[in-house]
Design a protein around this ligand. Sequence first.
Ligand code: PHE
Length: 345
Amino acid sequence: MREAALEAIAAASDLEELKQVRLDHAGDRSPLALANREIGALPPQARKDAGARLGKARGMVNKALGERTVVLEAEHEERMLVEETVDVTLPTDRAVKGARHPITMMSERIADVFVSMGWEVAEGPQVEAEWLNFDALNMGADHPARTMQDTFWLEPAEAALVLRTHTSPVQARTMLTRKPPIYVVCPGRVYRTDEIDATHSPVFHQVEGLVIDEGISMAHLKGSLDHFATAMFGEGITTRFRPSYFPFTEPSAEVDLVCFVCRGAGEEDGHTCRTCRGEGWIEWGGCGVVNPRVLIACGVDPETYTGFAFGMGIDRTLMFRHGVEDLRDVFEGDIRFAQPFGIEI
Ligand code: PHE
């Protein structure tokens, strides 16, 4: 019995098998346990002998079980360590990581420039009331400037809703809901019925700025835009104002950025500058001193307050800053365009 038990213990190759061996050879129904029960019936001397031999055999079997358990546990441990090892040098299938769109990142970067000066970010809907997109901004129904912005109208016409043609309705929304002093910036998407080409798209992005406070002048506007330009393009990149016309500002100006390649010269090494096509300057947006008629329409007292506003092209800012030559690349959604911007722009 003892020999059979010891052989079985030695043969058990894992803990699971040893468990069964323990039941068979040391459990309540094992031959040794059964024999132990029988010895009560033996005469006293034989009982003593048998008891001693049986006790010794059971002791040996239990000891062997204990030792085998230790060995098998160690083996098990060893095997787990080998099986669960991670080979960090194995090549992996790299999942292509998504990237935020360069325009989204550019918009946030622009907003940050103004937020760090204490301005707030304002928002407005892309489907806008005709009144806010035009009328509140001094563009009544027959104002010729309405045709300057070819508009997508929503049906039915009676709803008087448009896809906003600029971010300027956010000026009106802000003045109608906040009290001066107002310092807000609003980056957003706008729409016009333009044909798609390298510099035009029916969907594009603007960033609107609006300041309403006491004693605000054109000088504050110029200073703010120069700061914006420097923050975007680096030291020495300033702006130039060209007289222009917008119904909601008076006076109004078109804003150009000095070309960062030729610095306004229009040529480099005797050749026409490719970046600005010889202009020396690149158009960036429109701006001006807020027309008092707009202040009145939006409930701001023009006797106490004056203000300035601007609307710059975000897509242009991105193109200029990163040397993107075709606006279609910005909108077509090819990740090969977006990826290089994925980490930081
Ligand atoms: N909204 C004008 C445009 O889209 C730009 C602008 C904004 C001009 C604010 C003046 C003041 O062309």
